[in-house]
Design a binder for this molecule. Structure first.
Ligand SMILES: Nc1ncnc2c1ncn2[C@@H]1O[C@H](COP(=O)(O)OP(=O)(O)O)[C@@H](O)[C@H]1O
Ligand SMILES: O=C(CO)[C@H](O)[C@H](O)COP(=O)(O)O
Length: 562
């Protein structure tokens, strides 16, 4: 049989990448990245002087098509693969990344009259300005004893679809009225490729309260939230929810021409980016946890049991691997915290030293920080620079570092930040195991395991577990390509299911990170202190972080009015 290929398109926070993969063995033949021309819009809209409020994070939907226009032809050209040999395409996306569209599926921000209206744009996953709505959803669900709440650990997030859509209704009711549907960006891109407006069970399950047996929450719940939301599901969430592993449709002639592919190529139902990394790492069995480590960190755990545990972001049957329950937990900033430190706070002399050494500032700080023993810096940080997703589910929390003195060095702060994120992960693993959900094997994928060895050793030491690293440096794209191969089906030389595709197309590296006993012992002590801070600032009735945030918002509003 001729060689067969699949394409995975991974839509991250800053850019999208296409990966062309050999279906037989997962060999990555060509990759191409397209940075989003509009980037993350968190200060102002394009061509507009108006400032966006704090916590806003928007994107422009045309940037997603730009990835298809640029990166797909680029991988075909670089590889010399004939489009006829591409049997399927799959996409993965950050989520919940959601946009309002009209009856034709056109984003509202394309309309001339609405291009200066922030609510007409895509709300990126890290748009955190719907916290008020999320708080009200949580209070109402708790009061009404809504069954769905326990599947999300007792709290839903401001990052999710209903909170974001309700924010539109509250702040821009006319635009809400003009919205025919709210769509996950993953589903919207699939619509652009196939003309088929299906909703991914993965996105709907983790981000929109959908359940395989129960569907969405009923009208009574939405009416209790806000009478104007009563028929939210029947109107604004229209569209069949389709299981992962299914074919969403086939490339239309127009989309195929835009991408340089053949019309009729199979297109898979979209999947969340972090979740695509699970099969991309080769994990398909109960007990396996995959950490997708990049800007943020998502923990995905496969299990044959459905247990509802406090603070766990969500459990969805067939949500990652059909046939298993997929649990998701996460930290909304990890690489972003290290990036913040390097960009905003590292003194100039460190940058010069890194330049002189001919390495990046991250690499220089890592080298210096690796000379320290655990606990030697006398610092302890809370990793809430972008709020806390698991287990506190509170976007209003913020970061802190305790123990700073006049002697504190930049590499010590850097190391304390790496450690803080590892403690955050340990807290999540402990929450799962204490709830009776076994974590038997730990894997890592994403950009960070490739870039920072110290970070990975700290994670092994803090969790006391061996960590296996995905061989692929682009596991979400590889996972998405696998779903493309499954959508094509065995008839076209693809696979019957994702487990079979993973067995053939994914692998881990030989080298693993193993905990070092002396380090783990010290980290055990530090973790106890981390837990004390966690309780004190996270739920101890101490609302100093929230009160600072309220003051900041008040003052920023005052400045904006002036
Ligand atoms: N050597 C490094 N050590 C630690 N963090 C790093 C290093 N290099 C880059 N980062 C951080 O990694 C993040 C990017 O991770 P990556 O996996 O490439 O992206 P994404 O999560 O958007 O897919 C950025 O937040 C950046 O600050
Ligand atoms: O919430 C998510 C998954 O559930 C986001 O997609 C994720 O946190 C974004 O990740 P990154 O930018 O690191 O790829």
């Amino acid at each position: 049989m001729n060689k067969r290929y699949a394409i995975g398109v991974d839509y991250g926070t800053e850019s999208g990448r296409a990966l062309l993969v050999d279906v037989e063995n997962g060999r990555e033949v060509a990759a191409h990245v397209t940075p989003y021309p509009h980037g993350v819009m968190d200060e102002r809209l394009p061509g507009s002087g108006a400032l966006l409020a704090p916590d806003w994070a928007l994107q422009h939907p045309d940037d997603y098509l730009e990835v298809l226009r640029q990166s797909v032809p680029a991988v075909l050209e670089a590889s010399g693969v004939d489009p006829e040999q591409v049997i399927g395409i799959g996409i993965d996306f950050t989520a919940c990344t959601v946009l309002p569209v009209d009856e034709q599926g056109e984003p509202l921000c394309y309309q001339e009259a609405l291009k200066h209206e922030p609510h007409a744009y895509v709300k990126l996953w890290k748009h955190h300005a719907a916290q008020e709505e999320a708080n009200r959803i949580n209070a109402a669900a708790e009061k009404l004893g809504a069954a769905f709440l326990s599947r999300y650990g007792g709290k839903t997030s401001s990052e999710w679809l209903v909170a974001k859509a309700w924010q539109v209704l509250n702040e821009a009711p006319a635009l809400y009225e003009r919205t025919d549907r709210f769509m996950e960006a993953a589903d919207w891109v699939v619509l652009q490729m196939t003309g088929s407006a299906v909703r991914s069970s993965c996105c709907a399950g983790y981000k929109a309260f959908w359940h395989k047996a129960d569907g969405y929450p009923d009208q009574d719940f939405f009416r209790a939230l806000d009478p104007r939301l009563e028929s939210f599901v029947e109107t604004k969430l229209r569209g069949e929810v389709v299981s992962l592993g299914s074919k969403a449709g086939e490339l239309t002639a127009e989309a195929a021409a835009m991408m340089g592919l053949r019309p009729g190529t199979a297109v898979a139902v979209g999947i969340i980016d972090a979740h695509a990394g699970v099969p991309g790492t080769g994990a398909v069995r109960a007990g396996q946890m995959v950490m997708a480590m990049g800007t943020s960190l998502c923990h995905m755990l496969l299990s044959d049991k459905e247990i509802h545990a406090e603070g766990i972001c969500g459990v969805v049957e067939d949500g990652i691997i059909p046939g298993l329950y997929g649990y998701e937990a996460g930290q909304p900033a990890v690489g972003d915290i290290f990036g913040w430190y390097v960009e905003q706070a590292v003194p100039a002399y460190m940058k010069e030293a890194a330049d002189q050494a001919g390495i990046s500032v991250h690499a220089y700080l890592e080298r210096k920080a690796a000379e320290l023993k655990p606990g030697q810096h006398g610092l302890l940080a809370l990793d809430w620079w972008n709020g806390n997703r698991t287990v506190l589910v509170d976007a209003d929390l913020s970061g802190m570092i305790v123990g700073l003195t006049l002697q504190t060095k930049p590499e010590e702060i850097y190391r304390s930040l790496l450690e803080a994120t590892a403690f955050g992960t340990r807290k999540i693993i402990d929450t799962f195991t204490q709830a009776g959900i076994e974590v038997s094997e730990l894997f890592a994928c994403g950009g960070l395991p490739q870039r920072n060895r110290l970070l990975m050793q700290i994670y092994a030491d803090v969790t006391g577990r061996e960590i296996k690293i995905a061989d692929s440096v682009q596991t979400p794209a590889l996972g998405a390509a696998m779903f493309g191969a499954v959508a094509a089906g065995t008839g076209r030389g693809g696979y019957a299911d994702i487990a079979e595709a993973a067995a053939r197309m994914a692998r881990v590296r030989e080298e693993t990170y193993k905990p070092i006993r002396e380090n783990s012992e010290i980290y055990e002590e530090l973790y106890r202190e981390y837990n004390r801070l966690y309780e004190l600032f996270g739920r101890g009735g101490n609302d100093v972080m929230k009160s600072l945030k309220r003051m900041k918002l008040r003052q920023e509003e005052a400045v904006a009015v002036r």
